[in-house]
Every structure is written in C-alpha cells, then in structure tokens.
Design a protein around this ligand. Structure first.
Ligand code: KG4
Ligand code: ZN
Length: 352
C-alpha cells in the first residue's frame, strides 16, 4: 500500500494551460503554468476560440513535462483531476477529454473539479486550515463571499450584482491603456499614485446584505479620466491608486461585516482566494481587517491565487480522500455555482 496518493491536476478553463502533481500530504511535486497572454494581448481580452486551440496544442506537452518533473509515470498516479467548469467551454472540454483519456487508458479514477471550489480549497493545501471558514473569492469571473462547511458544501452569503472584481481591474486597465491582464498593470501603476486624489464611490459599503457592485466605480473612473484628458503618467497612477483604494475600502467593509455576522465569538478563519488575491495592497488591507476581527487569515502565495494546476490536483485529492470520484461521462459545465440554492442577489445578472 502506497503511503501517499498522487494526483495529476489539469486546468484549462480560461487562458492558462496548467498541469501539476500534488500528493495528499499537501506536497506540490510539480506545477507548470503556460500563460496564453501573448496570444490574446492584441484583442484586449481572452478570445475563447484562440484559448481552446492553444490548450489543445500545448496541454499534452505540459502534462508530460509535469510528470517528468515529478519523476512519475501515469501508472504511478492515483487519480486525474480536471477543471470541469465553470469556464470557457472549449477550453474546459480540452482539459476534461484529456483527463478522461488518461483515466481510460491507465484505469485511474476521474476527479471532476469545480474551478471555484479549487480556489476555495487552496488554503487547505498551503495552510492546512480546517472547516468551517469564510472565503473571499475574487477572480476574473467571480466575486463571492462563501461559508465553506466542507468539500462540496458551500453557502454563498454574498456576490457581485454586476462586474467581478478582476473584471473591474481589467476594464480599468483597458480604459487607461495599460494592457491586459489589467490587475497586475493597475497594481503596478498605483504604486506611484495618490490614492486620495479622486473621490470614487464605495458601492454597497455599509449595507447589511453582503453583496458587491463594481460597475459604478468603473464608470466614475471613466468620467474622471475623461475630464482631465490628455492623461499624464501621474494622472494614470493617481486614477489607479484611487480606484484601488476604493476597492480596498469596499472589500474590507464587506469582509468585516461578514466576519461580524457569521463569526460571532467563534472567530471564523478567513481565506482569500482567486486571481485578485495576488494584489499586494488588497492583501495588506485584508491582513489588517482580519487582525481587527481576531480572525485567522490564510492567503495562498500569489502564484497559487491565480489559475494553476496544483489547486485542481488538490481539489481532486480532497475528493479522493472522501471516496469520491466521477464517471467518465461527466460533462463540461460553462456554469457551475458552488451553492446552487443561493438566492439571486437583488439586481444581479446571471453570472452571480
Ligand atoms: O483566478 P484567476 O487567475 O482566473 C479566473 O478564474 O478568473 O483571476 C484572474 C483575474 C484577472 O481579472 C486579473 O486581472 C486579476 O485576477 N488579477 C489581479 C492581480 N493579478 C491577477 N487583480 C489585481 N491585482 C493583481 N495583482
Ligand atoms: Zn480562477
């Protein structure tokens, strides 16, 4: 009997092709991420068709390299995990079909992973935290507050009613000509800016319901930018810094209220996950917010906040440890909410 289980994780739901090997002792044996940034750059955003074709071209080579890095053959695996949604369906199909082929040929269990759950479980890989905990999930497609009760058991207590936070960063960057992806570019520009120069709104701050809204903030930034055309580098830096401060205020207000509402005297641990959790200013503000609420904080290192294969492999390892696996006819899902019973937030679109 092997003393640890080895899982291959495959991620292809957006514009990163990723493959990793993780064991159930929380060790990452290999973790390779191939960004498609250059392929989408000229379009100012991810083009689904290009993404799917690029995954198809690169995934097999990447998996082989990840296996080699971990000094492993397919026979040595205990399971193959793949993102089955939510995400761009063409890419999801590429990853899922590849995982199914490996499972079929080598007689391994398939672990169908929800990409959002993989983000939410990453702190159990990096920090070994136990359930229950509060999750702030901030990515390119989602902005949610979740109570994580167990693997597969999430209660969505807040969501964005319009743009996701990563999307707001990306749109801000596009508007200011900072390129794609916007998050890191806005963060970089903000470093030299004055965050107090522009008085941007803090949408939904102070509200009892734990929802978010970012489209008004983006519009306020657009008007402010239009008024001071042409923009100098320092104008751009001030706009980015003021935008980031508004974001930080909104997020800490919402997270603080969630900890007060659901933490009680139990001091609910707080986990921050998803690509925007790589933002250093946000990490710093959330660290203060968690400390003020006596809440243990776990934030994965930035490279495990943005999309990667290790988080998918780990989510697979968590499922396997519970005796769960999935049939080979498991279908890809463009939408796959973590809490299917969540009541739609007032005024929210379908993505919420
Ligand atoms: O989790 P992720 O890699 O992919 C999705 O599942 O969506 O998140 C990508 C998002 C993008 O919108 C990107 O601009 C944002 O995360 N992001 C950041 C930073 N790094 C990535 N946003 C703000 N600051 C960053 N440093
Ligand atoms: Zn993601």
């Amino acid at each position: 009997m092997k003393d640890n289980k080895l899982i291959l994780g495959i991620e292809t739901s957006c514009d990163e092709t990723a493959a990793a090997i993780v064991n159930d002792k929380r060790e990452i044996l290999s973790n390779l991420v191939l960004s498609q940034l250059k392929e989408h750059e000229e379009f100012g955003g991810v083009v689904p068709e290009i993404a799917a074709r690029s995954h198809l071209e690169n995934l097999n080579t990447l998996i082989r390299a990840a296996m080699k890095d971990a000094n492993l053959s397919f026979d040595g695996l205990d399971g193959v995990a793949a993102t089955c949604g939510p995400g761009l369906i063409g890419g999801v199909i590429v990853g899922l079909m590849t995982a199914k082929s490996i499972c079929l040929v080598h007689d391994k269990p398939l672990l169908a992973v929800n990409h959002l759950e993989a983000h939410a479980l990453t702190p159990r890989l990096t920090g070994g935290i136990s359930f229950p905990y509060l999750v702030l999930l901030v990515s390119g497609g989602h902005t949610q507050l979740l109570l994580a009760h167990g693997v597969g058991k999430y209660e969505r207590i807040g969501t964005t009613i319009d743009d996701a936070l990563g999307e707001a960063f990306d749109k801000t960057a596009k508007l200011l000509g900072l390129g794609f992806p916007g998050g890191p570019a806005v963060e970089q520009a903000a470093k030299t800016g004055n965050g107090k120069r522009f008085k941007f709104p803090r949408p939904l701050s102070g509200r009892k319901e734990l929802h978010f809204s970012f489209s008004g903030l983006k519009t306020a930034l657009r008007y402010a930018a239009q008024e001071i055309q042409p923009l100098s580098d320092s104008d751009v830096a001030d706009l980015c810094a003021s935008f980031q401060e508004a974001v930080v205020d909104v997020i800490t207000d919402r997270v603080g209220r969630a900890l007060e509402t659901y933490g009680g005297d139990k001091n609910l641990p707080l986990v921050v996950a998803g690509g925007v959790a790589a933002n250093q200013r946000l990490r710093q503000a959330i660290t203060q917010c968690a400390a003020a609420h006596n809440s243990e904080l776990i934030m994965p290192p930035p490279e495990l906040c943005t999309d990667n294969g290790a988080m998918i492999a780990w989510a697979g390892a968590e499922r396997l440890a519970l005796g769960l696996s999935d049939p080979l006819d498991f279908g890809p899902k463009a939408r796959w909410p973590l809490d299917p019973d969540a009541v739609r937030a007032p005024g929210a679109g379908v993505k919420a």
